[in-house]
Ligand binder design. Structure first.
Ligand code: ATP
Length: 242
């Protein structure tokens, strides 16, 4: 059974179709790169996968649970980094992460250990007692990713996780995400194409809400590129030009 199953997923905002009949699945332990130009519908799709907004049509199942019928079962299994992380900016990093960890059911020693683990992983140990609103953009992003990783959920939905990070942290995060493969199922949206080439085996490209490509990263170049060596960038530009 695939870890994430999406069938006929559609979202309409009044007369605008933001996501148009998407069907795809992500196998357990796989990292799916999710690409599309600005406004293609990536964030809208991710919000529906996590139960943040309801679909107009279609079905999403995570770990076999239906997002609409069993939202708590789904949320329990997903770590979500939205495009705009819901940080409580007046809290300290420690206070905020502790709060999120308690929402995820952690307490006592397990909570303290988990806080330390994700803080180390994201390199925020030295800012734990600072107020979030005073942090730089990159550090806010690190805190956003840290909250998604708390409790080590089997599924991670990451909406442009490397946005705002410096090159060193971006490389670290890439390695971290790659290291999650096998144990975690990940959907990673990004505008940085080499990031996908380096991290993902499978790629979904959407354009104007519709699926433009959904393939193994090597197949993609073969099917849509001029040559087998076509870069993901060439394929992306070709598929999203219209
Ligand atoms: N709440 C909303 N009400 C009306 N239209 C919306 C709403 N949210 C998104 N849209 C529209 O839906 C479409 C898809 O937006 P979405 O944010 O999902 O794109 P995206 O692929 O994530 O873009 P980006 O790469 O710029 O973040 C856009 O045309 C957007 O204007």
């Amino acid at each position: 059974m695939p870890m994430i199953e999406v069938q006929y997923l559609t979202k309409r905002y009044r007369d605008r179709v933001a996501v148009d009949d998407l069907t795809f699945q992500v196998e357990e332990g796989q990292i799916l790169g999710f690409l599309g130009p600005n406004g293609a519908g990536k964030s809208t799709t991710m919000k529906m996968l996590t139960g943040f907004i309801p679909p107009s049509e279609g079905v999403v199942r995570v770990g076999g649970y239906d997002v609409e019928a069993q939202p708590l079962e789904v949320k329990r299994r997903i770590g979500y980094l939205p495009e705009m992380p819901p940080l409580y900016v007046e809290m300290t990093v420690r206070g905020y992460l502790r709060f999120v960890a308690s929402l995820k059911g952690l307490s006592g020693r397990a909570l303290a250990a988990e806080l330390e683990r994700v803080a180390n992983l994201m390199g925020v140990t030295h800012v734990m007692d600072r107020v979030i609103q005073n942090l730089s953009k990159g550090y806010k992003q690190r805190v956003g990713i840290a909250q998604a990783l708390l409790g080590s959920p089997p599924v991670l939905i990451l909406d442009e996780p490397t946005e705002g990070l410096d090159p060193a942290q971006r490389a670290e995060l890439r390695a971290l995400i790659k290291g999650l493969a096998g144990k975690h199922t990940v959907i990673l949206s990004t505008h940085i194409l080499p990031e996908v080439t380096m991290t993902c085996e499978k790629v979904l490209i959407i354009h104007q809400g519709k699926m433009a490509a959904y393939d193994d990263i090597h197949q993609l170049a073969r099917l849509h590129g001029q040559a087998e060596s076509a870069s993901l960038e060439e394929v992306f530009i070709k598929l999203t030009a219209a």
